[in-house]
Design a protein around this ligand. Structure first.
Ligand code: LLP
Length: 430
Protein backbone atom coordinates (compact mmCIF):
# COMPACT_ATOMS: atom_id res chain seq x y z
CA UNK A 1 0.00 0.00 0.00
CA UNK A 2 3.05 2.20 -0.38
CA UNK A 3 1.37 4.60 -2.84
CA UNK A 4 -0.95 5.50 0.03
CA UNK A 5 0.90 6.70 3.10
CA UNK A 6 0.21 8.71 6.20
CA UNK A 7 2.44 11.76 6.58
CA UNK A 8 1.91 14.31 9.35
CA UNK A 9 -1.19 12.37 10.46
CA UNK A 10 -2.96 12.61 7.14
CA UNK A 11 -3.23 10.28 4.18
CA UNK A 12 -1.44 10.98 0.90
CA UNK A 13 -1.66 9.36 -2.49
CA UNK A 14 1.81 9.73 -3.98
CA UNK A 15 2.56 13.44 -3.29
CA UNK A 16 -1.03 14.64 -3.04
CA UNK A 17 -3.00 15.07 0.18
CA UNK A 18 -6.24 13.09 -0.01
CA UNK A 19 -8.03 15.92 1.82
CA UNK A 20 -7.06 18.34 -0.98
CA UNK A 21 -8.52 16.06 -3.63
CA UNK A 22 -11.71 15.51 -1.68
CA UNK A 23 -12.25 19.21 -1.00
CA UNK A 24 -12.48 19.58 -4.78
CA UNK A 25 -14.25 16.39 -5.90
CA UNK A 26 -16.39 15.44 -2.88
CA UNK A 27 -17.30 11.97 -1.65
CA UNK A 28 -17.54 9.10 -2.27
CA UNK A 29 -14.55 9.07 -4.61
CA UNK A 30 -12.22 6.41 -5.95
CA UNK A 31 -8.58 7.54 -6.03
CA UNK A 32 -5.90 5.66 -7.99
CA UNK A 33 -2.13 5.96 -8.09
CA UNK A 34 -0.75 5.89 -11.62
CA UNK A 35 2.73 4.98 -10.47
CA UNK A 36 1.53 2.12 -8.28
CA UNK A 37 -0.26 0.65 -11.29
CA UNK A 38 2.84 0.93 -13.43
CA UNK A 39 5.13 -0.42 -10.70
CA UNK A 40 2.97 -3.52 -10.32
CA UNK A 41 2.77 -4.08 -14.06
CA UNK A 42 6.57 -3.87 -14.35
CA UNK A 43 7.11 -6.06 -11.27
CA UNK A 44 5.06 -8.82 -12.85
CA UNK A 45 6.66 -8.39 -16.25
CA UNK A 46 10.15 -8.56 -14.74
CA UNK A 47 9.37 -11.60 -12.57
CA UNK A 48 8.36 -13.62 -15.63
CA UNK A 49 11.00 -11.99 -17.82
CA UNK A 50 12.84 -15.26 -18.43
CA UNK A 51 10.35 -16.40 -21.05
CA UNK A 52 8.54 -14.69 -23.90
CA UNK A 53 5.50 -13.35 -22.06
CA UNK A 54 2.52 -11.11 -22.66
CA UNK A 55 0.60 -9.63 -19.77
CA UNK A 56 -3.07 -9.24 -20.67
CA UNK A 57 -4.53 -6.92 -18.02
CA UNK A 58 -7.89 -8.24 -16.85
CA UNK A 59 -10.19 -5.37 -17.74
CA UNK A 60 -12.98 -6.58 -15.46
CA UNK A 61 -10.93 -5.60 -12.42
CA UNK A 62 -10.97 -1.94 -13.41
CA UNK A 63 -12.14 -0.85 -16.82
CA UNK A 64 -11.61 2.90 -16.55
CA UNK A 65 -10.35 4.21 -19.91
CA UNK A 66 -7.47 6.18 -18.40
CA UNK A 67 -6.17 3.17 -16.49
CA UNK A 68 -6.39 0.98 -19.60
CA UNK A 69 -4.57 3.69 -21.57
CA UNK A 70 -1.72 3.81 -19.04
CA UNK A 71 -1.31 0.05 -19.32
CA UNK A 72 -1.62 0.06 -23.12
CA UNK A 73 1.19 2.63 -23.29
CA UNK A 74 3.31 0.44 -21.03
CA UNK A 75 2.92 -2.38 -23.57
CA UNK A 76 0.22 -4.39 -21.84
CA UNK A 77 -2.28 -6.58 -23.63
CA UNK A 78 -5.83 -7.05 -22.34
CA UNK A 79 -8.12 -9.84 -21.21
CA UNK A 80 -11.73 -8.96 -22.08
CA UNK A 81 -14.92 -10.88 -21.37
CA UNK A 82 -17.60 -8.95 -23.25
CA UNK A 83 -18.23 -6.80 -26.28
CA UNK A 84 -18.36 -3.84 -23.89
CA UNK A 85 -14.89 -4.54 -22.51
CA UNK A 86 -13.58 -4.97 -26.05
CA UNK A 87 -15.11 -1.60 -26.99
CA UNK A 88 -13.57 0.11 -23.94
CA UNK A 89 -10.17 -1.42 -24.49
CA UNK A 90 -9.99 -0.27 -28.07
CA UNK A 91 -11.27 3.20 -27.11
CA UNK A 92 -8.45 3.38 -24.57
CA UNK A 93 -5.87 2.65 -27.26
CA UNK A 94 -5.41 -1.04 -26.50
CA UNK A 95 -3.69 -2.92 -29.32
CA UNK A 96 -6.23 -5.46 -30.73
CA UNK A 97 -3.41 -7.84 -31.58
CA UNK A 98 -2.78 -8.14 -27.80
CA UNK A 99 -6.41 -8.77 -26.77
CA UNK A 100 -7.58 -12.17 -25.55
CA UNK A 101 -11.31 -12.77 -25.23
CA UNK A 102 -12.55 -15.09 -22.45
CA UNK A 103 -15.96 -16.02 -21.03
CA UNK A 104 -18.41 -18.91 -21.26
CA UNK A 105 -21.15 -17.11 -23.17
CA UNK A 106 -19.74 -15.04 -26.02
CA UNK A 107 -22.62 -14.13 -28.32
CA UNK A 108 -22.38 -14.22 -32.12
CA UNK A 109 -22.42 -10.42 -32.11
CA UNK A 110 -19.48 -10.28 -29.71
CA UNK A 111 -17.56 -12.88 -31.69
CA UNK A 112 -18.15 -10.92 -34.93
CA UNK A 113 -16.90 -7.71 -33.26
CA UNK A 114 -13.78 -9.46 -32.04
CA UNK A 115 -13.12 -10.93 -35.50
CA UNK A 116 -13.66 -7.54 -37.14
CA UNK A 117 -11.07 -6.08 -34.77
CA UNK A 118 -8.57 -8.88 -35.45
CA UNK A 119 -8.01 -9.67 -31.79
CA UNK A 120 -5.14 -11.92 -30.76
CA UNK A 121 -7.03 -14.95 -29.49
CA UNK A 122 -10.29 -16.39 -28.17
CA UNK A 123 -10.21 -18.43 -24.97
CA UNK A 124 -12.80 -21.06 -25.81
CA UNK A 125 -14.86 -22.72 -23.11
CA UNK A 126 -17.05 -25.30 -24.94
CA UNK A 127 -17.45 -27.26 -28.15
CA UNK A 128 -20.56 -25.23 -29.00
CA UNK A 129 -18.58 -22.00 -28.73
CA UNK A 130 -15.76 -23.44 -30.85
CA UNK A 131 -18.26 -24.28 -33.57
CA UNK A 132 -19.73 -20.76 -33.50
CA UNK A 133 -16.30 -19.13 -33.77
CA UNK A 134 -15.35 -21.47 -36.61
CA UNK A 135 -18.51 -20.63 -38.59
CA UNK A 136 -18.37 -16.89 -37.96
CA UNK A 137 -14.68 -16.73 -38.87
CA UNK A 138 -15.26 -18.61 -42.12
CA UNK A 139 -18.17 -16.25 -42.93
CA UNK A 140 -15.69 -13.36 -43.03
CA UNK A 141 -12.84 -15.33 -44.57
CA UNK A 142 -10.69 -15.35 -41.44
CA UNK A 143 -9.01 -17.97 -39.29
CA UNK A 144 -9.46 -17.26 -35.57
CA UNK A 145 -6.64 -18.09 -33.17
CA UNK A 146 -8.02 -20.11 -30.29
CA UNK A 147 -6.85 -21.33 -26.89
CA UNK A 148 -8.89 -24.01 -25.15
CA UNK A 149 -9.73 -23.13 -21.57
CA UNK A 150 -9.10 -26.25 -19.55
CA UNK A 151 -10.96 -26.98 -16.34
CA UNK A 152 -8.27 -28.93 -14.46
CA UNK A 153 -10.45 -29.69 -11.41
CA UNK A 154 -8.07 -28.00 -9.00
CA UNK A 155 -9.12 -26.33 -5.78
CA UNK A 156 -7.51 -22.89 -5.65
CA UNK A 157 -8.46 -22.58 -1.94
CA UNK A 158 -10.16 -19.28 -2.42
CA UNK A 159 -13.71 -18.04 -1.78
CA UNK A 160 -16.40 -20.42 -3.12
CA UNK A 161 -17.81 -17.59 -5.21
CA UNK A 162 -14.50 -16.84 -6.89
CA UNK A 163 -13.29 -20.40 -7.54
CA UNK A 164 -13.37 -21.29 -11.23
CA UNK A 165 -11.18 -24.35 -11.83
CA UNK A 166 -13.17 -27.10 -10.09
CA UNK A 167 -15.16 -29.64 -12.06
CA UNK A 168 -18.50 -28.34 -10.75
CA UNK A 169 -17.76 -24.80 -12.00
CA UNK A 170 -19.22 -23.60 -15.30
CA UNK A 171 -15.81 -22.63 -16.65
CA UNK A 172 -13.61 -24.37 -19.17
CA UNK A 173 -13.58 -27.75 -20.85
CA UNK A 174 -13.26 -30.77 -18.64
CA UNK A 175 -9.73 -32.03 -18.52
CA UNK A 176 -10.84 -35.49 -19.64
CA UNK A 177 -12.63 -34.16 -22.74
CA UNK A 178 -9.96 -31.73 -23.83
CA UNK A 179 -7.71 -34.26 -25.55
CA UNK A 180 -10.46 -35.50 -27.89
CA UNK A 181 -11.45 -31.94 -28.73
CA UNK A 182 -7.89 -30.92 -29.47
CA UNK A 183 -7.46 -33.87 -31.79
CA UNK A 184 -10.65 -32.95 -33.64
CA UNK A 185 -9.72 -29.31 -34.01
CA UNK A 186 -8.34 -29.73 -37.54
CA UNK A 187 -11.93 -30.36 -38.63
CA UNK A 188 -12.64 -26.67 -38.14
CA UNK A 189 -10.94 -24.61 -40.85
CA UNK A 190 -12.11 -21.33 -39.31
CA UNK A 191 -9.98 -21.83 -36.21
CA UNK A 192 -6.33 -22.33 -35.43
CA UNK A 193 -5.90 -24.03 -32.09
CA UNK A 194 -2.62 -22.66 -30.85
CA UNK A 195 -2.95 -22.36 -27.10
CA UNK A 196 -4.26 -23.67 -23.81
CA UNK A 197 -5.73 -21.53 -21.08
CA UNK A 198 -6.44 -22.02 -17.42
CA UNK A 199 -7.79 -19.69 -14.74
CA UNK A 200 -8.27 -21.22 -11.33
CA UNK A 201 -9.96 -18.43 -9.41
CA UNK A 202 -8.85 -15.44 -7.40
CA UNK A 203 -7.21 -14.35 -5.22
CA UNK A 204 -4.86 -17.33 -4.87
CA UNK A 205 -2.46 -17.08 -1.94
CA UNK A 206 -0.12 -19.97 -2.78
CA UNK A 207 1.58 -21.08 -5.95
CA UNK A 208 0.62 -24.76 -5.54
CA UNK A 209 -2.70 -24.65 -7.43
CA UNK A 210 -0.93 -23.16 -10.48
CA UNK A 211 1.79 -25.81 -10.28
CA UNK A 212 -0.72 -28.65 -9.93
CA UNK A 213 -2.77 -27.39 -12.87
CA UNK A 214 0.28 -26.91 -15.08
CA UNK A 215 1.58 -30.39 -14.23
CA UNK A 216 -1.69 -31.83 -15.50
CA UNK A 217 -1.61 -29.64 -18.59
CA UNK A 218 1.97 -30.57 -19.52
CA UNK A 219 0.76 -34.11 -20.15
CA UNK A 220 -1.97 -32.79 -22.41
CA UNK A 221 0.50 -30.71 -24.38
CA UNK A 222 2.72 -33.75 -24.86
CA UNK A 223 -0.23 -35.71 -26.22
CA UNK A 224 -1.08 -32.84 -28.59
CA UNK A 225 2.46 -32.72 -29.88
CA UNK A 226 2.44 -36.50 -30.36
CA UNK A 227 -0.65 -35.98 -32.50
CA UNK A 228 1.23 -33.39 -34.56
CA UNK A 229 -0.50 -30.32 -33.10
CA UNK A 230 1.57 -27.40 -31.95
CA UNK A 231 0.57 -25.59 -28.79
CA UNK A 232 2.44 -22.31 -28.96
CA UNK A 233 0.87 -20.42 -26.05
CA UNK A 234 0.15 -21.29 -22.45
CA UNK A 235 -2.19 -18.81 -20.76
CA UNK A 236 -2.08 -19.22 -16.98
CA UNK A 237 -4.91 -16.73 -16.27
CA UNK A 238 -4.95 -14.35 -13.33
CA UNK A 239 -5.58 -14.66 -9.61
CA UNK A 240 -2.27 -13.33 -8.21
CA UNK A 241 -3.01 -12.25 -4.69
CA UNK A 242 -2.61 -8.93 -2.95
CA UNK A 243 -2.51 -8.12 0.73
CA UNK A 244 -5.85 -6.91 2.04
CA UNK A 245 -4.77 -6.96 5.69
CA UNK A 246 -1.25 -5.57 5.62
CA UNK A 247 0.27 -9.04 6.07
CA UNK A 248 3.07 -10.16 3.72
CA UNK A 249 1.78 -12.23 0.84
CA UNK A 250 3.63 -14.01 -1.95
CA UNK A 251 4.89 -11.82 -4.78
CA UNK A 252 5.24 -12.33 -8.54
CA UNK A 253 8.81 -13.61 -8.18
CA UNK A 254 7.51 -16.35 -5.84
CA UNK A 255 4.89 -17.41 -8.38
CA UNK A 256 7.45 -17.18 -11.19
CA UNK A 257 10.07 -19.32 -9.46
CA UNK A 258 7.73 -22.34 -9.56
CA UNK A 259 5.66 -21.56 -12.67
CA UNK A 260 8.49 -20.66 -15.05
CA UNK A 261 10.25 -24.05 -15.02
CA UNK A 262 6.97 -25.68 -16.05
CA UNK A 263 6.31 -23.17 -18.82
CA UNK A 264 9.86 -23.71 -20.09
CA UNK A 265 9.28 -27.45 -20.05
CA UNK A 266 6.17 -26.85 -22.15
CA UNK A 267 8.22 -24.81 -24.63
CA UNK A 268 5.36 -22.35 -24.85
CA UNK A 269 5.10 -18.58 -24.90
CA UNK A 270 3.48 -17.38 -21.70
CA UNK A 271 0.27 -15.37 -21.46
CA UNK A 272 -1.16 -14.17 -18.18
CA UNK A 273 -4.26 -12.24 -17.15
CA UNK A 274 -3.65 -10.33 -13.92
CA UNK A 275 -6.25 -7.86 -12.75
CA UNK A 276 -6.29 -7.47 -8.97
CA UNK A 277 -2.50 -7.60 -8.64
CA UNK A 278 -2.14 -4.50 -10.83
CA UNK A 279 -5.07 -2.39 -9.66
CA UNK A 280 -6.16 -3.74 -6.25
CA UNK A 281 -3.77 -1.93 -3.94
CA UNK A 282 -3.38 0.94 -6.42
CA UNK A 283 -6.76 2.39 -5.49
CA UNK A 284 -8.82 3.45 -2.47
CA UNK A 285 -12.37 4.58 -1.89
CA UNK A 286 -12.91 7.69 0.21
CA UNK A 287 -16.17 8.15 2.04
CA UNK A 288 -17.48 10.72 4.53
CA UNK A 289 -19.19 9.90 7.80
CA UNK A 290 -22.81 11.07 7.61
CA UNK A 291 -23.92 10.04 11.10
CA UNK A 292 -22.87 7.93 14.02
CA UNK A 293 -25.49 5.93 15.87
CA UNK A 294 -25.37 4.01 19.11
CA UNK A 295 -28.09 1.50 19.86
CA UNK A 296 -29.53 0.71 23.27
CA UNK A 297 -27.96 -2.72 22.78
CA UNK A 298 -24.52 -1.20 22.86
CA UNK A 299 -23.71 -1.30 19.14
CA UNK A 300 -22.11 1.64 17.44
CA UNK A 301 -22.66 2.26 13.74
CA UNK A 302 -20.58 4.57 11.61
CA UNK A 303 -22.91 5.46 8.75
CA UNK A 304 -21.02 6.73 5.75
CA UNK A 305 -21.92 8.08 2.32
CA UNK A 306 -20.46 5.17 0.32
CA UNK A 307 -22.41 1.96 0.17
CA UNK A 308 -22.53 -1.57 -1.19
CA UNK A 309 -23.51 -0.19 -4.58
CA UNK A 310 -20.12 1.60 -4.72
CA UNK A 311 -18.01 -1.29 -3.34
CA UNK A 312 -19.79 -4.63 -3.39
CA UNK A 313 -17.02 -6.97 -2.24
CA UNK A 314 -17.76 -6.94 1.52
CA UNK A 315 -21.48 -7.61 0.94
CA UNK A 316 -20.92 -10.23 -1.76
CA UNK A 317 -17.93 -12.17 -0.43
CA UNK A 318 -17.60 -10.96 3.17
CA UNK A 319 -14.35 -9.49 1.86
CA UNK A 320 -12.07 -7.70 4.32
CA UNK A 321 -10.95 -4.18 3.39
CA UNK A 322 -8.90 -2.07 5.77
CA UNK A 323 -10.64 1.14 6.79
CA UNK A 324 -9.02 4.04 8.60
CA UNK A 325 -9.69 7.77 9.01
CA UNK A 326 -8.00 9.95 6.40
CA UNK A 327 -6.74 12.27 9.14
CA UNK A 328 -5.89 10.86 12.56
CA UNK A 329 -3.19 10.91 15.16
CA UNK A 330 -3.51 7.17 15.68
CA UNK A 331 -1.33 5.13 13.32
CA UNK A 332 -3.03 2.42 11.27
CA UNK A 333 -1.90 -1.00 12.54
CA UNK A 334 0.70 -2.57 10.25
CA UNK A 335 -1.30 -5.79 10.02
CA UNK A 336 -4.93 -6.46 10.88
CA UNK A 337 -6.49 -9.78 11.68
CA UNK A 338 -9.95 -9.97 10.08
CA UNK A 339 -11.42 -12.12 12.84
CA UNK A 340 -9.77 -10.32 15.75
CA UNK A 341 -10.16 -6.57 16.11
CA UNK A 342 -7.45 -5.07 18.30
CA UNK A 343 -9.03 -2.27 20.30
CA UNK A 344 -6.26 0.13 21.34
CA UNK A 345 -6.31 3.44 23.15
CA UNK A 346 -8.36 5.95 21.15
CA UNK A 347 -10.14 3.29 19.10
CA UNK A 348 -13.54 1.72 19.56
CA UNK A 349 -15.39 -1.27 18.11
CA UNK A 350 -17.80 -0.18 15.42
CA UNK A 351 -19.77 -1.38 12.41
CA UNK A 352 -19.05 0.71 9.33
CA UNK A 353 -22.11 0.76 7.10
CA UNK A 354 -23.61 2.53 4.12
CA UNK A 355 -27.08 4.04 3.67
CA UNK A 356 -28.49 1.37 1.34
CA UNK A 357 -31.63 -0.39 2.53
CA UNK A 358 -30.09 -3.84 2.91
CA UNK A 359 -28.69 -5.43 6.04
CA UNK A 360 -25.73 -6.60 3.95
CA UNK A 361 -24.70 -2.98 3.32
CA UNK A 362 -21.82 -3.32 5.78
CA UNK A 363 -18.19 -2.52 4.97
CA UNK A 364 -16.88 -3.82 8.28
CA UNK A 365 -18.35 -5.19 11.47
CA UNK A 366 -16.78 -5.23 14.93
CA UNK A 367 -13.87 -3.20 13.58
CA UNK A 368 -11.50 -1.22 15.80
CA UNK A 369 -11.53 2.32 14.45
CA UNK A 370 -10.22 5.58 15.91
CA UNK A 371 -13.14 7.66 17.18
CA UNK A 372 -14.74 9.53 14.29
CA UNK A 373 -17.70 11.85 13.99
CA UNK A 374 -19.95 13.45 11.42
CA UNK A 375 -18.05 14.88 8.46
CA UNK A 376 -14.86 12.88 9.01
CA UNK A 377 -13.32 11.12 6.03
CA UNK A 378 -12.60 7.39 5.96
CA UNK A 379 -10.33 5.58 3.51
CA UNK A 380 -11.33 2.10 2.37
CA UNK A 381 -8.15 0.45 1.15
CA UNK A 382 -7.45 -2.15 -1.57
CA UNK A 383 -10.43 -0.90 -3.56
CA UNK A 384 -8.76 -0.45 -6.96
CA UNK A 385 -9.83 -3.87 -8.28
CA UNK A 386 -13.46 -4.94 -8.50
CA UNK A 387 -14.50 -1.69 -6.83
CA UNK A 388 -15.87 0.74 -9.38
CA UNK A 389 -16.13 -2.00 -12.01
CA UNK A 390 -18.69 -3.88 -9.88
CA UNK A 391 -20.57 -0.74 -8.81
CA UNK A 392 -24.21 -0.11 -9.60
CA UNK A 393 -26.84 2.57 -9.13
CA UNK A 394 -28.86 0.47 -6.67
CA UNK A 395 -31.14 2.62 -4.51
CA UNK A 396 -30.82 5.20 -7.33
CA UNK A 397 -27.44 6.34 -6.10
CA UNK A 398 -25.24 8.09 -8.68
CA UNK A 399 -21.90 6.31 -8.87
CA UNK A 400 -18.74 7.98 -7.44
CA UNK A 401 -16.16 9.91 -9.40
CA UNK A 402 -12.72 8.45 -10.12
CA UNK A 403 -9.48 10.39 -9.71
CA UNK A 404 -5.99 9.57 -10.95
CA UNK A 405 -2.89 10.79 -9.11
CA UNK A 406 0.46 11.10 -10.83
CA UNK A 407 3.17 12.34 -8.43
CA UNK A 408 2.03 15.84 -7.34
CA UNK A 409 -0.79 16.10 -9.89
CA UNK A 410 -4.28 14.70 -9.96
CA UNK A 411 -7.21 14.77 -12.33
CA UNK A 412 -10.75 13.44 -12.51
CA UNK A 413 -10.86 10.48 -14.89
CA UNK A 414 -14.56 9.80 -14.48
CA UNK A 415 -17.05 12.37 -13.38
CA UNK A 416 -19.44 11.72 -10.54
CA UNK A 417 -22.78 10.64 -11.94
CA UNK A 418 -25.74 13.01 -11.73
CA UNK A 419 -29.43 12.36 -11.16
CA UNK A 420 -29.88 12.78 -14.92
CA UNK A 421 -27.45 9.89 -15.46
CA UNK A 422 -29.76 7.75 -13.32
CA UNK A 423 -32.68 8.13 -15.73
CA UNK A 424 -30.70 8.15 -18.99
CA UNK A 425 -32.51 6.08 -21.62
CA UNK A 426 -35.71 5.67 -19.63
CA UNK A 427 -38.96 6.35 -21.46
CA UNK A 428 -42.23 7.27 -19.77
CA UNK A 429 -45.10 5.92 -21.90
CA UNK A 430 -47.66 8.60 -22.90
N1 LLP B 1 -8.78 -14.27 -16.13
C1 LLP B 1 -10.02 -14.79 -16.02
C2 LLP B 1 -10.48 -15.76 -17.01
C3 LLP B 1 -10.84 -14.38 -14.97
O1 LLP B 1 -12.07 -14.88 -14.86
C4 LLP B 1 -10.36 -13.44 -14.01
C5 LLP B 1 -11.19 -13.00 -12.92
C6 LLP B 1 -9.06 -12.93 -14.18
C7 LLP B 1 -8.29 -13.37 -15.25
C8 LLP B 1 -8.45 -11.91 -13.26
O2 LLP B 1 -8.33 -12.34 -11.95
P1 LLP B 1 -7.47 -11.44 -10.93
O3 LLP B 1 -6.03 -11.46 -11.38
O4 LLP B 1 -8.04 -10.06 -10.95
O5 LLP B 1 -7.66 -12.07 -9.61
N2 LLP B 1 -15.01 -9.95 -8.39
C9 LLP B 1 -14.14 -10.80 -7.61
C10 LLP B 1 -13.20 -11.63 -8.37
C11 LLP B 1 -13.83 -12.38 -9.54
C12 LLP B 1 -12.83 -12.45 -10.62
C13 LLP B 1 -13.40 -13.05 -11.83
N3 LLP B 1 -12.41 -13.39 -12.79
C14 LLP B 1 -13.50 -10.01 -6.49
O6 LLP B 1 -13.95 -8.90 -6.22
O7 LLP B 1 -12.61 -10.50 -5.79
Amino acid sequence: MDAFEYRDKTLFCEKVKIEDIISEVGTPAYIYSKNAILARYHELKAAFGDVDSLICFSVKSNSNLSLCKILAEAGSGFDVVSGGELFRTIKAGGDPSKIVFAGVGKTDGEIRDALANDIFMFNVESLAELEHIDRLARDVGKVAKVALRINPDIDAKTHAKTTTGKKENKFGIDFTEAEGLIKQSSRYPGIELCGLHVHLGSPIYTVDPYVNALRKIIKLIEKCRDAGLDIEYMNIGGGYCISYTGEEVIRPRDYASKILPLVKEMQCNLLMEPGRFITGNSGILITRVTYTKETVHGKKFIICDAAMNDLLRPALYDAFHRIWPVTTGIPMPKVEEPEKAAVKKGTELVDIVGPVCESSDVFASKRALPKVGEGDLLAIFSAGAYGFSMSSQYNSRPRPCEVLVDRDQYRIIRERETYDDLIKGEIIPE
